[in-house]
Design a protein around this ligand. Structure first.
Ligand code: ADP
Ligand code: MG
Length: 479
């Protein structure tokens, strides 16, 4: 008898908020500075210092709360989470515990088999810790406190995710959202957006959850996927072998592609949370919250829905195009300049343009072909100057330098042949050169039609209008 297992996942996402200064001090949050030049007395935890809350960080947390339809708490509390680690000079992290600023919201994820709503339990404000440095220091370790005190929004999901794929889709959705809201730069290599994945398995149909493990600090979508898949397989194997899962914190080793124990529940810290006496409860008035609501941009779901409604795009296409705001803007600019042709523009933006950007590792803002140039190229497909196939060649040439479709078409003589008599002359030549195939075709070998199309396209260097070639061939081959 084989049992069917179900995976259960909850994510704790840490998004660094894009404020210019830290959450409780005036030090800069800019990434990449010389170690310890951006840590002042507050960040270093000197005795007698007092934290002062950064209003911008609060605004950003509220923006997020409103965007996920959550309750924004009118009153929230900062707490001390006590533990010792060299990258935490105060000996405690200021976080929110019992009364977070954002409570109970949700987001929708779209998968091949439909859409699902994923619950968000809470999102709270806290400060990031510093960083330990090991490379190039021999047997010693260094500490860089530039990151200490950088504002974080910790976004905690319900255990609503049922596979690594759903977890990735959810994480991407939050990634998209924080960038639309301009509250986080989303740079995963720099650690601005990372997550802890809580994973358990249970027999399908069971109501209670299995024992979970928490995999810490995953900073790429690929690692999240690989870590979860490894962990699910490990837990199932353990349970099927008669063992049991021990609740623990694990680390993902991306070189060996496995998770390893870090600490078990028994050795887990007792954080001795208590309200930070240095910070007053955070009280927000309704006017402050409403003012922020008024500044929200069109959100990804709203934009996708508008693309479906106004442009007649499929839900899938709309979802892909709105995954990044810059991408959506680019697409919309192309459609605007073309005066329609939404599907054509969508295909090119999601197809050739994305493909070339990925190949060359470029952001859309760095594209050598701008929206205006792409619209210029697509206009030549629409008015019949070139075929879609030739347009791909023109696109490639534009990418390499001359970002002007008309210039490339003129210089390379790529204008489509639409002159009926010219195409007829080519067809006559092809028929004369292939008498055997012609005889076979006329005696019923219909499949040879494709051969003739190929010959005509070859003879015209791919420039003959394909629809006309088809129509004229049918007529002339019939005799
Ligand atoms: P803790 O306080 O120990 O961090 P929480 O209850 O806050 O625990 O949960 C942390 C995360 O773990 C949440 O995202 C939650 O959805 C997830 N989670 C809780 N129980 C399970 C479980 N049995 N399997 C998978 N994920 C879980
Ligand atoms: Mg937790």
């Amino acid at each position: 008898m084989s049992i069917e297992w179900e995976t259960v996942i909850g994510l704790e996402i840490h998004a660094q908020l894009a404020t210019r200064s830290k959450i409780f001090s005036g030090s800069s949050t800019a990434y990449g500075a010389t170690p310890n030049v951006q840590a002042n007395l507050v960040d270093l935890g000197y005795p007698g210092i007092l934290p002062v809350l950064n209003r911008e960080a609060v605004r950003m947390a509220v923006r997020f709360g409103l965007a996920i339809g959550a309750t924004v708490a009118r009153r929230s509390i900062f707490a001390r989470k006590n533990y010792f680690y060299p990258d935490l000079p105060k000996g405690y992290q200021i976080s929110q515990y019992e009364q977070p600023i954002v409570k109970v919201g949700s987001v929708e994820i779209v998968l091949d088999d439909g859409a699902r709503r994923i619950g968000i339990t809470r999102a709270h404000l806290e400060e990031d810790a510093g960083k330990s440095l090991h490379e190039g220091l021999g047997k010693q370790s260094g500490i860089d406190l530039n990151r200490a005190g950088t504002p974080l929004l910790e976004i905690v999901s319900e255990p609503d995710l049922r596979s690594a794929r759903e977890a990735i889709a959810y994480m991407k959705k939050i990634h998209t959202l924080v960038r639309y809201l301009e509250i986080c730069d989303g740079n995963m290599q720099e650690g601005s957006f990372r997550c802890d994945a809580n994973v358990s398995v249970r027999h399908k149909g069971r109501r209670e959850y299995g024992t979970r493990c928490e995999i810490k600090n995953l900073n790429s979508f690929r690692f999240v996927e690989r870590a979860i898949n490894y962990e699910v397989a490990r837990q199932i194997e353990l349970l099927e072998g008669g063992g049991r899962v021990v609740q623990e914190t694990r680390l993902f080793d991306s070189d060996r592609n496995e998770t390893r124990p870090m600490r078990s529940k028994e050795e887990a810290n007792d954080y001795r949370y208590f309200p930070d006496p240095d910070l007053l409860p955070l009280a927000l008035d309704a006017a402050f919250i409403e003012e922020i609501r008024g500044t929200l941009p069109e959100l990804p779901d709203q934009k996708a829905e508008r693309f479906e409604r106004e442009h007649g795009l499929s839900r899938y296409d709309s979802g892909v195009l709105t995954a990044s705001r810059e991408f959506a803007d680019f697409y919309e600019a192309v459609v605007g300049m073309l005066g329609g042709e939404a599907k054509l523009a969508a295909n090119w933006v999601m197809g050739d343009l994305s493909g070339f950007l990925n190949r060359d590792n470029l952001e859309i803002g760095q594209s050598p072909i701008g929206a205006k140039q792409l619209a210029g190229l697509l206009a030549r497909i629409v008015d019949g100057t070139i075929s879609g196939k030739i347009a791909k060649e023109v696109f490639e040439m534009m990418w390499g330098g001359v970002a002007d479709a008309d210039a490339v078409i003129a210089a390379k003589g790529l204008r489509q042949i639409t002159d009926t008599s010219a195409i007829e002359r080519v067809i006559a030549g092809v028929m004369m050169a292939n008498p055997a195939q012609l005889a076979d075709y006329r005696s019923g070998k219909d499949k040879l039609f494709g051969f003739f199309v190929g010959q005509v396209m070859k003879a015209t260097g791919g420039k003959a209008n394909p629809a006309q070639v088809n129509e004229l061939l049918r007529k002339l081959l019939a005799g």
